[in-house]
Design a protein around this ligand. Structure first.
Ligand code: ADP
Ligand code: ZN
Ligand code: ZN
Length: 715
């Protein structure tokens, strides 16, 4: 008796066994959606596998209700990718499948009728027919549109259209409305010799994973698109992943203009219907090129010929809840499954990817830095300055020079609000979030204290809540305070703030970018949002207002991220040939990591950091996994550790660190246990056994627990 193994969107077993629906004969419909009874409910799952028999007693084995849809939703490579994700990230397979699929994936996609003129239609027009004016008008409209027209664009009754089709003068097809047919587009740029060499090397590397390193502006995107065009011309599909923040209208327009291809765009803000339609267009081969953010790595692409991951070092590729996957790492695995090249690109690659390239697992290509003018790079020591002043005299003097020369100044600070802390000078008390272990941030513009972890808000107290002190002083700087300092120093110059708070309104981002591009804002103060993507011709001075956060963090990746930020910021200035300046303000000017970056750029710093990671046994020289737990009361966490006995979960070649408690967030106490091993093979069997234990244990239900494999941060 055949048994189907079905992935269902519930935490529990990996797969559930069912008998085929009544009357089914023939092979199991692998990858198809299947409606099944589950307890007293009905669920829709995916047939992952079939078997001759089941461990479930025959009497208890239930029959599926129905096979849904005509085509499988998950082809063999995607099923294998999801099975890998479930194993690697220790997450229930059915929930991995649910993460990958759009809502209601098994329903027929929304389609539009699309009309195109045929050769017979062309000939008819040339012969001065048809005689009917309406038919003729429609045929002329179609003749003028080489890509054809959607039904809506044709102002004609159905009878006219069906008559044209019946005559063989026009053809009708069903299409996904969200995949733009190629526009005639711009002629591609002639590649510079460095780009040409990289392109040839990429072509020559076949289906091996590759790392393209090139500073911002060196022309990486142009190389991706040139290679993509070749792959599409050969009849294959291309998937390009970009960080959330980089999927701008400019980026989409650039891809559409450059490629003679049907381009679809997938991102998290897309309405369900559009996501669903695009997903099916990719699966049916209707889209040639899919531009997507993280979850796009699961897009079905049967003719996949190239997978690009731009800015591969970006944090946004790692999902921080549910299935905690890295889209970059899954992309590399998917490349193996579909025998397709994976091209990772970055100006500042992750240490993991650099290590993979050094080890020969990735083929490395590089692009030379673009032509630039001189760049004056300097560290400014903040220690002699008053703590309330974020702009050093040296920085202000440079700003004056650049503003006088019609340049533009960007000041970067990765902290929103006015000041991260308000405090009482009498007793050191400061307002804390009631739900998190962290200080409330003073947002002076809004007249509120806000928690940057849980977004709690409150009016600031009028005086100290702990002593008789009557005033609270702001300590430290946020973007608002830097704006204030810039306005004080340059009273006649408009200053624009560019952060999540100031760009909340719809359309605010576009209008701010336009203001910056037109130099209506000669001084811009922004968070990391501003460090990416866009190209501003007048920008000549960039400054990192406070580099120190990344130097003293306990997180093992903090310095790598700081180096990436510094290089990104530095790369923003002087993309045109004018002279540019880059200022890094710090209280630790002699810090060896800052010095390494100053002397050798990100390349120099990353070599130093790799040596340190090797020494200390952190990734990429070790594999790390976390068990994160949280509960409203710390007693529940204590009870969990008591029952688990963490010390028991050790194995040969595996270090166990913890349990350690973590700062409370949004009213939940948190803690974690960390494992580190030089080989995955030593770590994963242990974790799988632990997961099975936790799934069955009653005591494990009083906390929320989750594994985080290859965590991005230990926070
Ligand atoms: P990256 O992706 O490395 O930051 P881009 O591909 O975006 O670099 O290129 C930076 C700028 O230079 C873009 O405006 C792009 O249009 C332009 N550009 C890139 N390559 C060429 C080329 N071969 N000829 C002319 N312009 C180019
Ligand atoms: Zn006080
Ligand atoms: Zn909070």
């Amino acid at each position: 008796m055949a048994v189907w193994r079905v992935a269902l969107p519930v935490a529990g077993s990996e797969v559930y066994d069912y008998r085929p629906p009544a009357g089914w004969s023939g092979a199991a419909p692998l990858g198809h959606a299947l409606r099944v009874p589950f307890g007293r409910r009905e669920l829709v799952g995916i047939v992952m596998d079939s078997a001759a028999d089941s461990a479930v007693p025959a009497a208890k084995l239930r029959a599926a209700t129905a096979v849904l849809g005509e085509a499988p939703l998950l082809d063999a490579p995607l099923r294998a990718l999801l099975e890998f994700a479930a194993r690697h990230y220790l997450h229930p397979l059915g929930l991995c499948v649910a993460t990958a699929l759009p809502a209601q994936a098994h329903r027929a996609p929304r389609r539009v009728h699309h009309y195109q003129i045929t050769a017979a239609g062309q000939a008819t027009l040339a012969a001065g027919r048809p005689r009917g004016a309406r038919q003729r008008a429609v045929l002329e409209q179609l003749a003028a549109a080489p890509e054809g027209c959607a039904r809506e664009a044709l102002h004609a009754p159905a009878t006219v259209l069906s008559r044209l089709v019946a005559q063989g003068w026009a053809e009708v097809s069903q299409r996904c409305d969200d995949v733009a047919p190629h526009s005639p587009g711009a002629e591609p740029a002639t590649l510079r010799s460095g780009q040409q060499q990289a392109l040839e090397a990429i072509r020559g590397a076949g289906s091996r994973p590759q790392l393209l390193i090139g500073p911002t502006g060196s022309g990486k995107t142009e190389v991706y698109l040139a290679r993509a065009a070749e792959v599409i011309a050969a009849g294959q599909q291309v998937l390009m992943l970009v960080p959330e923040i980089a999927l701008t209208p400019q980026m989409i327009a650039r891809v559409r203009a450059r490629l003679r291809a049907r381009v679809g765009v997938l991102h998290s803000g897309l309405p369900d219907g559009a996501r669903h339609a695009l997903w099916h267009a990719a699966a049916s081969g209707e889209a040639d090129f899919v531009l997507a953010t993280r979850s796009g790595v699961f897009t079905p692409l049967p003719r996949l010929g190239l997978l690009i991951v731009d800015e591969e070092h970006e944090a946004s590729y790692k999902q921080q809840d549910g299935l905690r996957y890295s889209a970059r790492d899954l992309a590399v695995y998917r490349g193996q499954l579909q025998d397709c090249a994976v091209l990772l690109g970055s100006a500042t690659p992750s240490l993991e990817s650099l290590h993979n390239a050094t080890q020969g697992r990735y083929v490395e290509h590089s692009l030379p830095a673009p032509q630039r003018g001189q760049q004056d790079l300097r560290l400014v020591d903040l220690r002699p300055l008053p703590a309330a002043e974020p702009l050093s005299p040296a920085l202000r003097a440079l700003m004056r020079e650049h503003l006088d020369a019609q340049g533009q100044c960007f000041l970067f600070l990765n902290r929103r609000g006015y000041a991260p802390v308000l405090y009482c000078p009498e007793c050191q008390w400061s307002p804390q979030c009631a739900r998190c272990d962290s200080a409330m941030v003073w947002h002076r513009g809004a007249g509120e204290l806000r928690c940057h972890h849980c977004d709690s808000r409150q009016r600031p107290p009028t005086g100290c809540a702990s002593c008789d002190g009557s005033q609270l002083l702001p300590v430290g700087w946020g973007t608002q305070r830097v704006v204030e300092a810039a306005e004080r120093a340059f009273p006649d110059t408009p200053v624009l703030r560019f952060d999540r708070d100031s760009l909340g309104q719809r359309g605010a981002l576009e209008s701010a970018l336009e203001d910056i591009a037109q130099r209506r804002a000669p001084i811009v103060v922004g968070t990391q949002m501003l460090a990416k993507g866009h190209d501003f011709p007048a920008l000549s001075l960039v400054a990192v207002v406070d580099a120190d956060g990344g130097l003293y963090s306990a997180d093992f990746r903090a310095t790598e991220r700081l180096g990436q930020l510094l290089s990104q910021v530095r790369g923003r200035a002087g993309r045109r040939a004018q002279d540019a300046a880059c200022v890094i303000q710090t209280r630790a000017p002699t810090h060896p990591h800052l010095q390494a970056w100053l002397a050798g750029g990100y390349g120099g710093l990353s070599q130093a950091l790799l040596a340190e990671r090797a020494e200390a046994g952190w990734p990429p020289y070790a594999h790390v996994a976390l068990l994160r737990i949280e509960a409203p009361e710390s007693a529940a966490l204590e009870a969990f550790w008591q029952a688990l006995e963490p010390g028991r979960w050790q194995a040969e070649g595996v270090d166990l660190l913890g349990p350690v408690s973590r700062p409370r967030r949004a009213g939940r106490e948190r803690a974690q246990l960390l494992w580190r091993a030089s080989r995955r093979g030593q770590l994963h069997p242990l974790l799988r056994q632990l997961r099975a234990t936790l799934q069955d244990a009653r005591w494990a239900r009083s906390v929320r627990w989750a594994f985080d494999v290859d965590p991005w941060t230990l926070d």
